[in-house]
Design a protein around this ligand. Structure first.
Ligand SMILES: NC(=O)C1=CN([C@@H]2O[C@H](COP(=O)(O)OP(=O)(O)OC[C@H]3O[C@@H](n4cnc5c(N)ncnc54)[C@H](OP(=O)(O)O)[C@@H]3O)[C@@H](O)[C@H]2O)C=CC1
Ligand SMILES: O=C(O)[C@@H]1CCC=N1
Length: 323
C-alpha cells in the first residue's frame, strides 16, 4: 500500500482518550509508521496477524486529535504517542472542536458517558456526514442513533458503526469485532473501518446481537487470560522458578498455543497431543477438571456478557451479587 501524503490523509479524532483511545491510536500510528518506512525501504510483506483487508481505503488517517475531559490526559497521550511523530493535537474539554476537524471519529469514553459527549451543543453538526466508530461496551449502534436523531435519521446524519476491540490494540494484536451494519456501510466507510482495525490486529464481523458476548470474550478476554497466565507462573514459582522467567515462559507458551490454534489446530487435539500417556500433562489437566476450571472460565464469560449488556442501559450496581 502506498503512503497517503499527510496533506491528503484523514483526521482521526478520539473522544475519550483513556486506556483504549491511546491503545488504538498507538496501534494505528505504529502501522502507519511501518508503512512510512516500507515506502522508503523495500521489504517483504509483514507476517502479522491482520486479517486480509478488503480494498484498502483511498485515504488513510494521517492526523490525530485526542480529546479528553482531564487535562492530565494530554500528558499521557503525548508520552504514549509523541514518539511516532504524526501530527497529534490534544484537547481538553473541547470535544466539539475535535469532532469538527475530524473525518472519522472514535468514541472511546465510558459507556455511560456517551450521552454527555454526543449531547453537547453543536456535536450533531460537528459529526454530520462523518463515520462515528463506537467501542463502548453495552451501547448499541441503535441506541446512539436514537439518541442523536430521536425524530428520525436525517440525510446528513453521521454513520455509526460499533466495534469491540481489546487492549492488545497497543501491540497490534487486538481481536476486534465489527458489528454488521444494516443498511451496509458505504464501500469507503467499510474499507476505512476494516483498515483501522486490521491495522491493530484481526477483525471479524458479526451481527449486532452478538456484541455483548464479543465484549466478554474479546474485550474482557485479555484480563481473563492474564489471570490464567499469572496462575501458571505462580505454580512454577512455587516449584522454584524465578518470577521473571516464569512470567516470560507463561506468556510465550500462551502465545505459542494461540499460534497453533490460529493455524488450524483444534484445542482438544492439541491437548491430546501434549498429553503423553502416563505423563505429567494428563495429571495436570485432571487437576484442572477437578477444579471445574472449564465451567468456571466459561461462567466468567457468561457473567461478563450479562454485565456488558447492562452497561449501556443505565443499570446501577451491575456487578452486585446475583444469587
Ligand atoms: N479497557 C478495555 O480493555 C476495553 C474498553 N472498551 C470500552 O472502551 C471505552 C473506554 O474504556 P477505557 O479506555 O478502559 O476507559 P478510560 O476510563 O480509560 O477512558 C475513557 C476516557 O474518557 C474520558 N472522558 C470522560 N468523559 C469525557 C468527556 N465528556 N469528554 C471527553 N472525554 C471524556 C475519561 O476521563 P475520566 O477518567 O475523567 O472519566 C477517560 O480518560 C469504554 O466504553 C469501554 O467499555 C472496549 C474494549 C476493551
Ligand atoms: O470492563 C469493561 O467494562 C471493558 C469492556 C471490555 C473490557 N473492558
Amino acid at each position: 500500500m502506498s503512503l497517503t501524503p499527510e496533506s491528503q490523509g484523514l483526521t482521526l479524532t478520539v473522544l475519550g482518550c483513556g486506556t483504549m483511545g491511546i491503545s488504538i491510536l498507538g496501534g494505528v500510528m505504529a502501522t502507519l509508521a511501518d508503512t512510512r518506512l516500507r515506502s522508503h525501504i523495500p521489504s517483504p510483506s509483514p507476517s502479522g496477524t491482520s486479517t486480509p483487508a478488503t480494498e484498502p481505503p483511498e485515504r488513510l488517517p494521517s492526523k490525530f486529535i485526542a480529546c479528553d475531559s482531564r487535562r492530565e490526559a494530554e500528558k499521557t497521550v503525548k508520552a504514549g504517542l509523541g514518539h511516532y511523530n504524526f501530527p497529534l493535537t490534544t484537547l481538553t474539554n473541547e470535544n466539539i472542536r475535535g469532532a469538527s476537524q475530524a473525518d472519522v471519529i472514535l468514541l472511546a469514553c465510558k459507556p455511560q458517558g456517551f450521552k454527555d459527549i454526543l449531547g453537547e451543543k453543536g456535536m450533531k453538526e460537528a459529526i454530520a456526514g462523518k463515520l462515528l466508530i463506537s467501542i463502548l461496551a453495552g451501547v448499541t449502534g441503535k441506541q446512539i442513533e436514537d439518541f442523536l436523531y430521536p425524530d428520525g435519521v436525517p440525510e446528513n446524519a453521521c454513520r455509526v458503526v460499533r466495534v469491540m476491540p481489546n487492549t492488545a490494540s497497543a501491540v497490534r494484536e487486538s481481536m476486534s469485532v465489527i458489528a454488521a451494519s444494516n443498511p451496509p456501510l458505504s464501500p469507503a466507510q467499510h474499507s476505512l473501518v476494516t483498515w483501522i482495525f486490521n491495522s491493530i490486529g484481526r477483525t471479524v464481523s458479526l451481527p449486532p446481537t452478538n456484541m455483548d458476548a464479543c465484549t466478554a470474550l474479546c474485550g474482557s478476554g485479555p484480563a481473563f487470560f492474564a489471570l490464567m497466565l499469572e496462575a501458571v507462573a505462580d505454580g512454577a514459582v512455587a516449584m522454584g522458578l524465578p518470577r521473571q522467567e516464569a512470567q516470560t515462559m507463561a506468556a510465550q507458551t500462551m502465545r505459542g498455543t494461540a499460534g497453533l490454534v490460529l493455524n488450524g489446530e483444534h484445542p482438544a487435539m492439541l491437548r491430546d497431543k501434549v498429553s503423553t500417556p502416563g505423563g505429567c500433562t494428563i495429571g495436570g489437566l485432571l487437576v484442572l477438571e477437578e477444579g471445574t476450571v472449564r465451567g468456571t472460565v466459561a461462567r466468567a464469560v457468561r457473567e461478563a456478557t450479562v454485565v456488558a449488556s447492562q452497561l449501556g442501559q443505565g443499570v446501577q450496581g451491575v456487578n452486585g451479587t446475583r444469587r
